[in-house]
Design a protein around this ligand. Structure first.
Ligand code: ATP
Ligand code: MG
Length: 562
């Protein structure tokens, strides 16, 4: 059995934090999860959520906290729908920000004041160079940049111009505010980065109050410092931005000194992860929405039936490193299967039904079969499943001409019905196209709950659904959305390698209780896989819809869990 606690191990970030607490550098730890509300959260975000909220939980005794901060400084791509979905997903993953909910857009005045401070100190200037000139004059890794003609304006001139930028006197693109650092720095991020640009845009929180908006690199350290974040954990792409992060902390009037630490982001095989690409899949209709069960979004994985606890265990298992790599998605699937094997009740459903008539049923009719809800867990109890003289079985559990080692039904063969009789084949019918349409068999009286009688070879039990009481259900068989390991590297882009078999919808027969199940009911369809009733389309008693979470075994060849 996997215990999630046994997965918790120290890593370089937890080492740093433990050290800061033991040396007294900090008396507690304040972390933050800072999503930009421009899309739904995905499993990569889960890694950052588990890290930041996990560290706060582990250090609760010192008064630790993790802030949920919406990094909503860019008015163009952000929407309230995303804010709400992010809150839902963080809660679903099992974390609670308490009253520590923040919006970076509430700090706009503070960012502005910091910019004014830099101007007064001679450390920022209004640049009227057009965007392409700014880009050109930055130079490159081998050539130093060149100064803008506006770089040496006086603080008074800059204050006046910046005030007019804010007042809305200029159109977009007329000018920007830049930090005055070092145009020859070997770190390109320090070559007078832009702090503010003009955007006459409506913001979801501040409306039309602002027409200048701060750049991420400027706003982020100020947000962290204002919230007294002690350790600002971010992904490796920001390693080269750290000197700039520190420069802003050094030169702005901030109330604390957060420390930025970088870790490798999560990448998964057979998956694209960036919000921009996920948005494209949604907008172009490749999937049904942000919560399509084939997407790596948390709302998609939830709908697919991935338990939050399995995702948390997965995040613990992959750990933290300082180098980028790609994790095999089979590892995530393994974690999900492992969790569901322990937690899921068993039910019966037939995905590719063919009917059997039990011709001698009246000799020993059985009202119902008694079937354990979990084979390894007696505490899960048994249930009664009604059965009658006509049942559905899987088409693949019958063979007209079975090989020697086939232990299911066929001419001359016996098989046990799960929880019921042993049955013996008698005949079958076919249509004009030679397709088997009906099977006749007979029950062996006295075999319910008893061993096979002498002379009867019966090695297997198959699942079934009663024709009289079974229920029709729509079953959605989900598979990987992409047919190649690295969709980002595909010629023509990731949309060229979408797996055409990523969704198969079938009409199945399920045991009666499943028709009445609540939305979000997770179970194992015995011998088939793990399923969950759909949290959008399933309607108990009216329209049962089940999603395949994961098959019983990995069918993708070489990767066999771990
Ligand atoms: P994307 O590249 O998918 O658009 P992002 O980094 O732009 O993601 P944000 O909303 O800015 O998305 O991310 C919020 C937090 O989640 C950041 O601290 C970021 O570092 C972290 N994060 C995003 N993607 C991953 C990932 N794949 N692995 C680990 N952490 C991630
Ligand atoms: Mg981002």
């Amino acid at each position: 059995m996997t215990s999630s606690d046994s997965l918790t191990k120290l890593d370089f970030i937890r080492d740093i934090i433990a050290n800061d607490l033991s040396t007294g550098k900090h008396s507690t730890t304040i972390t933050r999860f800072p999503p930009e509300p421009n899309g739904y959260l995905h499993i990569g975000h889960a890694k950052a959520i588990c890290l930041n909220f996990g560290i706060a939980q582990e250090n609760l005794a010192t008064g630790a906290n993790c802030h949920l901060r919406f990094d909503d400084t860019n008015p163009e791509k952000e929407e309230i729908e995303y804010v709400e979905s992010i809150k839902t997903d963080v809660r679903w993953l099992g974390f609670d920000w308490g009253d520590k909910l923040y919006f970076a857009s509430n700090y706009f005045q503070f960012f502005y004041d910091c910019a004014v401070h830099l101007i007064r100190e001679g450390k920022a200037y209004v640049d009227e160079d057009p965007a392409d000139a700014i880009r050109e004059k930055r130079g490159n890794l081998t050539t130093a940049g060149t100064h803008s003609p506006w770089r040496d304006r006086t603080p008074a001139e800059n204050l006046d111009l910046f005030g007019r930028m804010r007042a809305g006197d200029f159109t977009e693109g007329t000018c920007v505010l830049r930090a005055k650092i070092d145009m020859a720095s070997s770190n390109m991020n320090l070559r007078d980065p832009v702090l503010y640009r003009i955007m006459h845009a409506h913001h979801h929180n501040t409306g039309a109050a602002w027409c200048i908006y701060p750049m991420y690199d400027f706003a982020h350290p100020l947000e962290d410092a204002l919230e007294h974040i002690t350790h600002s954990l971010c992904t490796l792409e920001f390693e080269n931005h750290r000197p700039l992060y520190d420069w802003f902390i050094d030169h702005c009037p901030v109330p604390s000194r957060p420390r930025q630490i970088e870790f490798a982001r999560l990448n998964l095989t057979y998956t694209v992860m960036s919000k921009r690409k996920l948005l494209q899949l949604v907008q172009e209709g490749h999937v049904s929405g942000w919560n399509d069960p084939r997407l790596p979004t948390l709302s998609g994985l939830r709908r697919r039936g991935y338990p939050a606890a399995a995702i948390r265990d997965f995040c613990k298992r992959i750990g933290l490193t300082k180098f980028n790599s790609t994790t095999d998605v089979a590892l995530l699937e393994f974690e999900v299967r492992d969790f569901l094997n322990r937690s899921s009740p068993r039910r019966m459903a037939v995905l590719d039904p063919i009917k059997i008539v039990l011709d001698n049923w009246s000799e020993e009719p059985l009202g119902h079969a008694v079937i354990p809800n979990h084979p390894q867990n007696p505490e899960a109890g048994d249930r009664n499943v009604s059965i009658s003289g006509e049942i559905w079985i899987e088409r693949e559990d019958f063979m007209e001409d079975p090989p020697k080692k086939y232990y299911r039904l066929g001419p001359g063969r016996h098989v046990r019905l799960r929880g019921g009789h042993i049955i013996r084949y008698t005949s079958h019918e076919k249509d004009a196209g030679q397709k088997v349409t009906l099977i006749h068999a007979e029950i062996l009286p006295g075999t319910v709950g008893a061993d096979s009688p002498e002379g009867v070879e019966c090695r297997a039990a198959i699942h079934w659904v009663d024709c009289a009481t079974g229920v029709d259900a729509e079953v959605r068989l989900y598979d990987r959305l992409f047919s190649v390991e690295d969709p980002d590297a595909a010629e023509g882009g990731f949309t060229q390698v979408i797996n055409p078999g990523s969704l198969t919808i079938i009409a199945a027969k399920v045991e009666p209780a499943l028709g009445e199940a609540e939305a979000g009911f997770a179970c194992q369809f015995e011998r088939v896989g793990y399923f969950i009733s759909d949290n959008i389309d399933h309607r108990p008693g009216v329209k049962p819809v089940f999603n395949r979470t994961v098959a019983l075994k990995n069918s993708w060849g070489k990767q066999g869990g771990h």
